[in-house]
Design a protein. Structure first.
Length: 193
């Protein structure tokens, strides 16, 4: 076992839906630079565990990121600790273009708001050009840069999965939780390394 503080530590996570135990006291650690996979049959609780860690379902137990406790049952709480996730079914805004979908996840909110737009306009534009270049680089990494201005509704299922991964990468998370990242993809739909 590593002596470093785990990037993510889950202690005795349990989820119940009425009388059904979906996750039963699962504990795990993820250390910096480590890749961890959850394996099990359909219905074994893999997605429910990710939902619990992400705050999407009520759970018991404890989640720590870099040694700091994260409130369970609060969607978005873990994001403030640098943890981002993808879903089994792509969660993209079908009305936005691919580039806009990625830009939504921009981690840097500097020069946002009315005062910056009015008083710091050149600085805001320069900052936005950097954000747009980084978003385009994330699209390029998953093979979608040629479709940057195409609405997400015009993408295939596999491309929507790639778009969600590009958005997650653009968020620059400390840890990325991916729920069945290869589902619906084939060997011709692989993101670039």
């Amino acid at each position: 076992m590593s002596t470093t503080v785990p990037l993510l530590e889950c202690k005795r996570i349990s989820v119940r839906f009425g009388g059904v135990v979906a996750v039963d006291e699962v504990s795990l650690e993820v250390h910096p630079g480590e890749v961890l996979g959850l394996v099990g049959p359909n219905g074994s609780g893999k997605t429910t565990l990710l939902n619990a860690v992400s705050g999407l379902v009520r759970a018991r137990g404890e989640v720590l990121v870099d040694g700091k406790r994260v409130a369970l049952g609060r969607p978005g709480a873990i994001v403030r600790h640098g943890v981002f996730r993808t879903y089994q079914t792509p969660q993209v805004d079908r009305e936005l273009t691919c580039l806009e979908n990625v830009l939504v996840a921009s981690p840097d909110r500097a020069h946002r708001g009315a005062s910056s737009a009015f008083m710091l306009r050149p600085r805001m534009w320069a900052h936005d050009r950097v954000r747009w270049r980084e978003a385009a680089a994330a699209l390029n990494r998953v093979g979608l840069v040629a479709k940057a201005n195409v609405p997400a509704a015009g993408l295939s299922y596999g491309e929507q999965r790639h778009l969600e991964i590009a958005r997650a990468l653009h968020a620059k998370p400390e840890l990325l939780l991916m729920d069945e990242p290869a589902a619906g993809l084939n060997s011709t739909c692989r993101p670039r390394a």
